[in-house]
Ligand binder design. Structure first.
Ligand code: FES
Ligand code: FES
Length: 150
């Protein structure tokens, strides 16, 4: 089937099967920031935005995105660099495999939550797993980005 998806503002023609997932279609189309950590909606690594809302792209049929807006890390480079620097400053940049999905959720969280508490942040990011950092360094970086006092 042929669908059209507006990826990072650019209209892309996509040939896919009815059972293809958005994650695979995005990677095949060159958006390699989208990572697969589990393929079972457990890790958050495949997070992108669908119509501005974070979704797990491993569980969204690509066909459902016909004529919709999808945003990947490639589409939010400036903000991603700010968060990336904060992660580096706090020593949270280890293998980095979880960073794209985490950053997509961090930016979405900043748009959505006003004056979040540490508990709010932990709750929002609970679905973003990381096998390297132990989460404390990530949390320090996220709190700085969100303007939350230590
Ligand atoms: S690959 Fe989608 S949640 Fe893990
Ligand atoms: S830094 Fe390696 S999985 Fe998070």
């Amino acid at each position: 089937m042929l669908i059209h998806i507006f990826i990072n503002g650019e209209k892309r023609k996509i040939h896919c099967s009815p059972d293809d997932m958005l994650m695979d279609v995005l990677r095949d189309a060159g958006y390699k920031s989208v990572k697969c950590g589990c393929d079972t909606t457990s890790c958050g690594l495949c997070t992108v935005w669908l119509e501005g809302v974070p979704v797990l792209s491993c569980s969204v049929p690509a066909a459902r995105c016909n004529n919709k807006n999808v945003t990947t890390l490639e589409g939010v480079q400036e903000e991603a660099e700010v968060i990336g620097s904060l992660l580096v400053d706090e020593g949270a940049d280890q293998c980095g495999f979880c960073s794209p999905g985490l950053i997509m959720n961090i930016i979405a969280m900043k748009k959505e939550l006003v004056n979040p508490t540490e508990a709010d942040i932990k709750h929002y990011l609970a679905g973003n797993l990381c096998r390297c950092t132990g989460y404390m360094s990530q949390l320090r970086a996220v709190k700085k980005y969100m303007g939350v006092e230590e």
